[in-house]
Design a protein around this ligand. Structure first.
Ligand code: ATP
Length: 349
């Protein structure tokens, strides 16, 4: 059992707050992703769990032990870093075997354990090579094999795919998902890539400036973002956010009038996703009318944007759509697809 409990976890350096009030229970075998922009505290949180960073406050439990004062090697966690951190003078075999050696695991079992880990990441034919003789993807697989070789209870991964090219990222991502599922380990995975988060996670924690913004399944976070920051961070393109005013159930901004909203009068930030809105066939059906600002061919669709106040607002059109920049378009944005956020705090209303 490797349930992880984080209770009011804090990290401060002098006056600077790196992580604040982090409270979460991560279930045994869960795949949890920490997601957020650069500097939001993801790596610091992970390093505190690994024991590489001292905590300034709060408690970390792994299984039934409080581990705050345990050395990293006594926490039964394995880490995989973005930089692979392989030993250049060792062969792939020796790199994978290394954790067994330092932990004094019975040498008679090394060969079998190394082979099993190498097989899981399809590295058997490379065991005699040194890291310099491998591609980036192969090196990252060595780092994965080294992390799984001693079957830890907890896997910590810090942006393990960020040095790989786009194609290799997709295949290695699938391999990680498969591997952690087969190994039945609790995994915490750090990324700033929302696609990685959405595809890998059982649950996602969205962080900003050291604070948790929302915890939920990928679907929950996508369908019901807790605030405008989460809304703008999840989804590609980001959710459209328009600042305007509500009066008698109608939201208005430049070229925009969306009625049928059950909201109090006053300022509001209104969000909707490009894929939920559509071009209106008749101008009378349109809630937004504005000239085209950009037009991008995506292959399976065409992405159009217009400017509303200071904001760019995108809508997905059929792949056959063709028009010039500057041509007026009408966009249908029914109230039911809209996400309302407080104009000051950004919290969902
Ligand atoms: P990235 O995606 O860029 O790796 P991150 O979300 O992992 O970002 P952290 O590395 O956890 O961010 O850093 C969180 C904040 O703490 C940052 O503002 C960083 O500058 C600060 N920080 C990290 N380490 C230290 C340190 N040793 N002393 C002071 N501040 C630090």
């Amino acid at each position: 059992m490797a349930e992880i409990q984080l209770r009011n976890l804090q990290k401060r350096w002098g006056d600077f707050v790196g992580v604040e009030g982090f409270d979460l229970t991560i279930a045994d075998r869960e795949f949890l992703v920490l997601l957020g922009p650069s500097g939001c505290g993801k790596t610091t949180t992970m390093r505190m769990i690994a024991g590489l960073e001292e905590v300034s406050g709060g408690e970390i439990r792994i299984g039934d032990r409080v581990v705050n004062d345990l050395e990293p090697k006594d926490r039964d966690v394995s880490m995989v870093f973005q930089s692979y951190a392989l030993y250049p003078n060792m062969t792939v075999y020796e790199n994978i075997r290394f954790p067994l050696k330092v932990r004094g695991v019975d040498p008679a079992s090394h060969d079998e354990k190394v082979m099993r880990a190498a097989d899981m990441v399809e590295l058997r034919e490379f065991l005699h090579r040194r890291p310099a003789e491998l591609s980036g993807g192969q090196r990252q697989r060595v780092a994965l094999a080294r992390a799984i070789v001693r079957q830890p209870n907890v896997f910590l991964m810090d942006e393990p795919l960020s040095n790989l090219d786009a194609k290799l990222r997709v295949s290695t991502r699938a391999q990680i998902k498969n591997l952690t599922h087969d190994l039945k380990v609790t995994t915490i995975y750090v990324t700033h890539d929302q696609i990685e988060a959405m595809t890998l996670a059982d649950r996602v924690v969205v962080m900003r400036k050291g604070k948790v913004q929302q915890v939920g399944t990928p679907t929950e976070i996508y369908d019901r973002p807790a605030n405008a920051f989460v809304a703008s961070f999840i989804g590609s393109p980001a959710m459209n956010l328009i600042d305007g005013q509500v009066a008698e159930g109608t939201f208005t901004a430049d070229g925009t009038a969306i009625s049928g909203l059950d909201l109090p009068d006053g300022p509001l930030t209104l969000g909707f996703r490009a894929e939920d809105a559509r071009l209106a066939e008749f101008a009378t059906q349109a809630e937004i009318t504005a000239p085209i600002y950009t037009i991008e061919l995506l292959g399976d669709a065409v992405m159009i944007s217009v400017r509303i106040g200071g904001a760019l607002v995108s809508v997905k059109a059929d792949k056959s759509f063709r028009a010039e920049i500057g041509t007026p378009v009408s966009i249908h944005v029914p109230a039911r697809i809209c996400h309302p956020f407080d104009a000051d705090t950004g919290e969902r209303v």
